[in-house]
Design a binder for this molecule. Structure first.
Ligand SMILES: [Zn+2]
Length: 402
């Protein structure tokens, strides 16, 4: 790879012909059309939303104070065509400021747009020279290098990284659908998926679901995940039909089975749940009643588990992390039971007491017993002292397995 250091390109040069696409949230061109600011493998512009825009104001503040804003790298595609390799966020900040997209605060805390600033300050910004390396190399050299840099102190999310590695028509279409902040579906999707669409969280989940990445989490997340394999196989596709159809199927299924919107739904493994349960029929009205009942149940510790608990036929109570009896309750029940048993000369485990072996009259110690729900929690029994009985460990286990 050949690199040439350029020291005479000014902010004004860069911002000539600057175009910002508000719809896609990205800077497009600069240097009088010669520079492509966001080539396909770059991530979305995130400075405007990072720290409520403080990042992009900091870029302007640094330039005004004469501080360096760091090295910028261009990829020289041809004599008349450069792409930003590193510096997209900073260049877009400069371009957006000069074209009045945001204001900075001056020393008195007053908002200042570029047009309203004193001429000497405007000139200072426009005449600032940037340190730019122009790199020339093969696509793989450029991308290998891109992988190793950490853009302007904001590390790439794993999916941003994968988008860079597998850039092409498939990624472009995927980003248009899943990380376009003007897509009105994003709000609906965000009820099920955690993270920022702009930072590729929804695209990542769509790929995770269609590639069944959730089955295989033990490998290096950046290289050997099924997501990467899927992206590589579809890299030059001119459509995202399969990705989109599968994603819609999962979301439609989840929103049809669970008609209530609950915040605990966000971030569940919907792809896995879909694969596991979508062939079973559910009555959404009954499911909704059950959801409401479990949300109102003070013994359910893990609300996130409610959805899979219901999908699986209300059997696996472990998913709900049902509250257990506390130590004070156990002790007090133990002492009542034991006093009573001793006076009758029978075992303090009611199951042992009706048996025919040597344990018939055995008095167990507290730590040899466990608390049991007399009426099972799943049949409406509460986790209160009146529903607690101490059983020897063997009988408690036997009862739990019924
Ligand atoms: Zn027993």
């Amino acid at each position: 790879m050949i690199t040439t250091l350029k020291k005479d390109i000014t902010v004004e040069d860069i911002c000539t012909g600057f175009v910002y696409n508000a719809l896609e949230g990205k800077g497009l061109f600069g240097l009088a059309g010669k520079l492509t600011i966001q080539p396909e493998y770059q991530r979305n512009y995130i400075y405007a939303t990072l720290d409520s825009g403080k990042k992009e104001m900091d870029v302007i503040g640094s330039v005004l104070k004469g501080y360096p804003i760091g090295l910028i790298y261009f990829n020289k595609v041809s004599e008349s065509n450069l792409e930003v390799l590193d510096g997209q966020q900073r260049i877009t900040s400069l371009g957006r400021f000069v074209t009045h997209k945001f204001a900075i605060k001056d020393e008195n805390g007053m908002e200042q747009y570029f047009d309203g600033m004193a001429k000497d300050k405007r000139d200072k910004i426009l005449q600032t020279k940037l340190l730019i390396y122009e790199c020339e190399g093969t696509e793989s050299e450029i991308k290998e290098w891109f992988k190793t840099i950490n853009i302007a102190g904001v590390p790439l999310e794993p999916q941003e990284f994968l988008n860079a590695i597998y850039s092409g028509p498939f990624v472009t279409l995927g980003k248009e659908e899943f990380s376009n902040s003007h897509n009105s579906n994003i709000q609906k999707w965000s009820a099920y998926i955690k993270g920022s669409a702009n930072r590729q969280a929804i695209l990542e989940r769509a790929l995770d679901w269609v590639s069944k990445d959730w089955k295989d989490k033990n490998f290096d997340p950046r290289h050997t995940r099924p997501i990467g394999k899927y992206m590589s196989q579809h890299r030059y596709d001119n459509n995202i039909n399969e990705l989109k159809t599968y994603f819609d199927s999962v979301i439609d299924w989840a929103s049809n089975v669970f008609i209530d919107s609950k915040k605990e739904m966000c971030g569940l493994e919907w792809g896995r749940l879909y694969e596991q349960y979508h062939k079973q029929p559910y009555d959404p009205a009954k499911v909704s009643d059950a959801v409401q009942r479990l949300y109102g149940d003070p013994y359910v510790n893990n609300r996130k588990g409610i959805f899979e608990f219901l999908l699986g036929g209300s059997v696996d109570t472990k998913l709900l992390d049902v509250r257990v009896f506390d130590e004070a309750t156990k002790k007090s029940i133990y002492s009542t039971q034991t006093t009573k048993a001793e006076s009758k000369g029978i075992s303090n485990c009611s199951h042992c007491a009706i048996g025919h072996d040597a344990n018939k009259s055995k008095i167990w110690k507290l730590d040899e017993m466990d608390a049991d729900h007399v009426t099972a929690w799943s049949k409406g029994g509460s986790t209160a002292a009146k529903n607690c009985e101490m059983l020897c460990k063997t009988h408690n286990r036997a009862k739990g397995n019924q």
